[in-house]
Design a protein around this ligand. Sequence first.
Ligand SMILES: Nc1ncnc2c1ncn2[C@@H]1O[C@H](COP(=O)(O)OP(=O)(O)O)[C@@H](O)[C@H]1O
Ligand SMILES: [Mg+2]
Length: 340
Amino acid sequence: MGQDVAVRDMAVALAKKLAGIDAGNLLLIGASGTGKTTLMRAVEDYLLSNAALANRSTLIRIHANVLAEEAESGFAGESLLQSLYERAREHLGPEASIADVLRRIEHGIVFVDEVDKIRGRLGDSVHVPGIRAQEALLTLIENQAVGFQLPGNGKTVTVDSRGLLFVCAGAFEGLYDAVYDRVTIGKDRGSLKPVTVVKNGKVQQKTVFTLSDWLQTDDLFDYGMTPQFLSRFDAVVLLNDLGEDELVQIFEDTPDSAVHPARAYFESFGISLDLTPDAVKRIAQEAARYPRLGARALKEVFRRVVREYEYEPEVAAPEGRLTIDVAEVEEMLAKRKSGR
Ligand SMILES: Nc1ncnc2c1ncn2[C@@H]1O[C@H](COP(=O)(O)OP(=O)(O)O)[C@@H](O)[C@H]1O
Ligand SMILES: [Mg+2]
């Protein structure tokens, strides 16, 4: 929801890949809780839901942290290739030859989540596992002959990894502030100019900052991603911060919404749970106050609203119907604030 650009770029990359055309690696950057992992999972589910598609490519999703841990002990790409191999083996079955399995993984799709965890710098110090993990990914991204041990028999084989599609995603926390500082008080101060807006008949000066307008590759170097690593990505895709309207949509229309388990819980007492549109809006508005949590804030806020009713549902809804309106949302949110 609210991530049309990222969804389109991902869709096009996937379509090219499945058609056997070079797709170009993607780097997704978006604040926490804006849907990066959800988008990756959606692609996974989509491929798995269709045998014909699943047969065209092997997809794995890993956490960059795993690469960093491996980097401490050896070749950080090892388990990535092993996972790809295992996944391809599952698809092709035990009868398939090793050569066929290897051919399959050479055109696999690798999602690396939380890629900002392998930054090469933490504060003022160098983060060696991060640098090594970036190097390992680099090795994988453009190498004709990467060796790895087959799971099981320990035999070493080589694959041409140039045909793999990499989609990496991360929140890059602090990047937003760093870029904002650069264009307001830092080396490019004065770049971000206030614009004149007329609102309710009044003339105002406003500065409008969006990361996509100002992000440069240098900002990512400064963050701790190496130039060699970044040069392997054809596109950096920024996810949008989610506003109140998107949060309302996410609450009402996504399968992961916290409203579903709550509904199921009340249903188990024979009670149907409803929220008025204004109540939902109020919840979204409260959640929007915590931009660092993104859509995760919805769960938190919603929990504050329903938990009072959950202990004795029959008392809250003697008629078998619990309708939460905006006044009740207001009341529950106020309770927490005043510490009662
Ligand atoms: N753009 C979005 N559209 C739909 N649901 C979203 C979106 N962003 C976040 N969510 C919901 O919020 C939760 C956290 O999202 P997630 O994708 O894990 O965030 P992150 O960007 O940190 O990986 C999930 O339950 C997901 O369903
Ligand atoms: Mg995530």
